[in-house]
Design a protein. Structure first.
Length: 865
């Protein structure tokens, strides 16, 4: 069959897919006056809701939310009958939308797009369809869906079964009657959980084959939630705005209740409320830290397991249904209607494939390691090759013959999940690296479509006809996507979010978990900064504002936002005493850091009186003496004490396996330069002389410090060298103050907004040292003789005014022949690396510090964290 002769073969844009995304994209492109052709291999509009017709198929985001918002009239004309509408109703809705806007004439159904090739000369895509058509277009837009490519079951003998075979994702349009049949269902993900109770109503025998139990909560389906309808009636625009700027695409007040610190009563109350509410958004937000902290996650997970045990009567079946191999929420949780109850029916049986794996599908049924089962029908609910499957399968070839499949062989790489370098004018809607499946997709889809439409409009206005991301922008975004995932528990699961359900698929976290709101802001910022990271060209000229849109670690950014919201006075506007009080008050609210074996306080005789110290001894074996680390706290020689850096010292102790002796020193302005440096040197001498009494190994001594503490630590090393001892095995300098001129680029780039500011640094210097003294190497160690200093580990943070001092000091030490390990704290600020158990992304940096300390001491063994 060929397309009608009247249809041209040149279009401004080709869109693949006529589901939620493709329909709205077509609508917007038409609004721009572009000629568009949409292809879908389906026989009608609907996408997901065209294909997934199995009994029980429903959405799991409440329908008042899972809906378009671009057309206010449409919103008034359509009323959802249930909280979670069935597949037929959602399909009817999408048909209604297509008809209301007369979209069908531009859509070619039952037509697969089989390949697409970029012509660099013509600046056009050539699209080939399964019908043999060739269409040329300037813009190629894949609206092919995240969950549209069914995963073929990786089970031996799949083709052998002589009975009826069904796939939930390709269900027969005429429906299936299982009455009186012996039915097998393989798979217990979202589709399995929905279909199983309904098949159980008809089948004479139902056997469910389960590889991984999944968390599921009751949907409590019924009429659309009255409170939500009321809010929509009263202020539809406000409601939709709140959804667009929410974390998950559904208006929801974020909680600050932490699972680990909440009382048992609060935990129970919050959980039961979410269970009763029956919404994914609620159950994944019982606690603010449930996706970050394993202990908090366990609380929710165990309460769900309790519920499963209370519903399922047979204890063995109940236990098999209890998920224990992944944290709650790290695989997509399910919403169900009577799922667990179904296992109480006498004709329903669960086969746990972990105990009894499938050996093969046979002609009559299924053979497991222990049993042979006979069936009339097998239903596969085995899921999808999610997020990348449909994109890669459509054989897209960009510039220089590079295919998407080749480019993504090690995992997808995109800028904003919208485009990928080397593939000009190629857009993906809800592509990998965008919130997509971690959000209410109706909201995410509209945002993506609007962004693409806005981009094409901008290009037309500017006389530009090609666009693609730069490598720098793309790799920066990929890094950000992975950074966001890395601070959560998500990468720990063998989930389809990680590509783990498809054999051979690279294990990369596919969606963006930073939130719908954060993502929208990033997309808006890209536009606001002149399409940052995009290369655009055309008759109107060529332009490229290259750069990375988000390079700060996500948890660092969150903490900065929280601190900004507190509206605290700038430290430099306070007196030293008030600043100290403020610092002590904030320190009192933070987590304590890891447990160590022993903590004792004492005093060191300093040059002008006693210096308090706190000693941390690691827990566990080996017994006996350990290497010693003398640590100096940060605080610009003015602030800080043994308490201020206590969590960091515990962390260093646990990670290094060394005894850490944290020493307080005299502070400015009461006692000015060079008192702090002289105290530090005296402390190092004393610890060395008393190594045995302190439980240390004589001769195995390192120094460490953060910020001004790193300054006095390295000055102590210089003084020790000049004095001929003590021998220091190494120095760890975390974000050190190495110079005093405050002129380096990092002061310009990071001098404001990242807690340590240029103004604060000036305040510190003014308190500590007279301008005439600031060139003294005991104040500015970079200016000293660096030869013969011990091996050094320097940590420099990207968003630190002191960054370039650290870099310069590392270079100068290297030039002086000192072995240097330089660790860049990527995406961190001056303070964030030290925020133990607050900034999760700081842990790898501190692990590096622990490693550096252990390298100074061959005998060191960490206690483990
Ligand atoms: C059972 C199920 C329930 C879901 N429930 C929810 C929910 O409650 N909330 C939510 O937010 N999301 C849900 N989702 C996700 C759902 O996929 C999205 O919400 C949304 O429907 C996606 O729309 P789309 O247009 O982007 O993609 P799809 O609806 O998947 O449409 C893509 C279309 O592209 C076509 N296509 C792909 N490749 C080609 C090709 N090469 N040639 C021609 N055509 C092609 C496909 O045939 C398909 O029709 C659910 C998914 C499933 C499977």
């Amino acid at each position: 069959m060929n397309k009608p002769a009247s249809v041209p073969d040149q279009f401004d844009a080709v869109v693949v897919g006529a589901g939620f995304s493709g329909l709205y994209m077509l609508y917007r492109l038409r609004q721009l006056g572009l000629s568009v052709r949409v292809f879908d291999s389906a026989g009608d509009v609907g996408g997901t809701w065209y294909w997934n017709r199995y009994p029980g198929a429903r959405c799991d985001i409440a329908t008042p939310d899972y809906t378009y918002s671009f057309d206010p009239e449409l919103e008034k004309e359509w009323t959802w009958s249930e909280k979670y509408a069935t597949q037929p109703e959602i399909l009817d809705y999408l048909r209604f939308v297509a008809d209301r806007h007369g979209l069908r004439p531009d859509i070619e159904f039952s037509t697969a797009v089989t390949s697409a090739r970029w012509d660099e000369q013509e600046k056009r895509w050539t699209i080939t369809t399964g019908r043999g058509e060739e269409i040329r277009c300037r813009y190629y837009i894949m609206a092919t869906g995240c969950l549209s490519m069914p995963k073929s079951p990786d089970i031996e003998g799949v083709g052998r079964f002589a009975g009826q075979v069904y796939f939930t994702s390709r269900w027969p349009h005429e429906g299936v009657d299982f009455t009186g049949q012996r039915v097998a269902v393989i798979g217990t993900g979202s589709s399995g959980v929905q279909v199983i109770p309904l098949i159980a109503r008809q089948a004479s025998q139902l056997t469910v084959f389960q590889r991984t139990p999944n968390f599921s909560i009751p949907a409590h389906n019924g009429p659309a939630p009255a409170d939500r309808l009321k809010q929509l009636d009263e202020d539809r625009d406000g409601y939709r705005h709140a959804a667009r700027w929410s974390r998950l695409g559904v208006p929801n007040e974020p909680t600050d209740v932490l699972g680990v610190t909440a009382s048992e009563a609060v935990r129970r109350e919050r959980f039961e409320a979410a269970w009763e509410q029956g919404e994914l958004v609620g159950i994944v937000s019982v606690f603010a830290d449930q996706l970050l902290n394993p202990a908090s996650n366990d609380i929710v997970a165990e309460m769900i397991r309790e519920k499963i045990r209370s519903i399922v009567k047979d204890p063995e079946t109940a236990e098999a249904l209890c998920p224990k191999d992944h944290y709650f929420g790290t695989k997509r949780p399910c919403l169900d209607t009577g799922y667990f109850d179904t296992y109480n029916l006498p004709h329903v049986r669960l086969v746990d494939l972990r105990k009894q794996p499938i050996v093969s599908i046979t002609e009559d049924g299924i053979e497991t390691a222990d049993e042979s089962f006979g069936f009339d029908a097998i239903v596969y609910a085995t899921g999808f090759d999610a997020m990348t499957g449909a994109l890669v399968a459509a054989d897209v070839t960009g510039r220089d013959g590079l295919s998407l499949k080749e480019k993504w062989a090690a995992g997808p790489s995109t800028y904003l999940g919208l485009m990928t370098a080397g593939f000009p004018n190629f857009f993906m809607l809800t592509g990998p690296g965008s919130p997509s499946v971690l959000s209410n997709m109706a909201v995410s889809i509209e945002q993506h479509v609007d962004w693409v439409a806005g981009c094409l409009e901008h290009m037309r206005e500017e006389g530009l006809d090609t666009i693609e991301p730069t490598e720098l922008a793309e790799s920066g975004w990929n890094q950000h996507v992975q950074d966001c995932a890395a601070i959560t528990l998500m990468p720990t699961a063998n989930s389809w979010y990680m590509g783990a359900n498809v054999p051979g698929k690279p294990r990369v976290f596919l969606p963006y978990i930073g939130g719908v709101d954060a993502y929208r802001q990033a997309c808006d910022d890209v536009v606001g900064q002149g399409y940052l990271g995009f290369r655009m060209a055309g008759p109107g000229g060529a332009r490229c504002q290259d750069g990375v849109i988000r390079s700060m670690q996500p948890d660092v950014a969150m903490v900065l936002d929280l601190i900004a919201a507190l509206g605290l006075p700038p430290m430099e506007t306070l007196s030293a005493d008030d600043a100290r009080a403020l610092m002590a008050a904030t320190a009192a609210t933070r987590p304590p850091g890891p447990e160590v074996g022993e903590v004792t306080d004492g005093v060191i005789p300093g040059p002008a009186g006693d210096l308090p110290y706190r000693l941390y001894r690691p827990a566990g074996p080996p017994e006996g003496p350990r290497p010693l680390v003398v640590y100096f706290h940060g605080g610009g020689w003015v602030l800080g004490n043994l308490d201020s850096d206590d969590p960091l010292c515990r962390d260093l102790c646990a990670r290094s396996g060394a005894v850490v002796v944290s020493v307080n020193y005299r502070h400015a302005p009461e006692v000015r330069f060079p008192a702090a440096a002289l105290d530090a040197f005296a402390a190092v001498q004393w610890v060395d002389a008393n190594a045995i009494e302190l439980g240390g190994i004589p001769g195995q001594l390192a120094v460490a410090g953060w910020s001004a503490g790193a300054n006095v630590a390295t000055v102590a090393c210089q003084l020790a060298r000049d004095a001929g001892g003590p021998h220091i095995s190494g120095q760890v300098l975390i974000c050190p103050v190495a110079d005093s001129d405050m002129t380096r680029l990092s002061y310009q780039e990071n001098g404001d907004g990242y807690i340590l500011t240029t103004a604060l640094m000036r305040w510190f210097w003014d308190h500590y040292a007279d301008p005439a003294d600031r060139g003294d190497p005991r104040a500015a160690p970079l200016r000293g003789d660096l030869r013969g200093l011990p091996p050094t580990c320097i940590v420099a943070a990207d968003f630190d005014p002191l960054r370039d001092e650290g870099v310069a000091y590392a270079r100068a030490l290297e030039a002086a022949g000192v072995p240097v390990r330089f660790d860049r704290a990527r995406g961190h600020t001056h303070t964030s690396v030290t925020m133990v158990d607050v900034i999760i992304s700081g842990a790898p940096v501190r692990a590096g510090i622990g490693e550096a300390l252990r390298d100074f001491f061959p005998s060191a063994e960490p206690q483990g964290i």
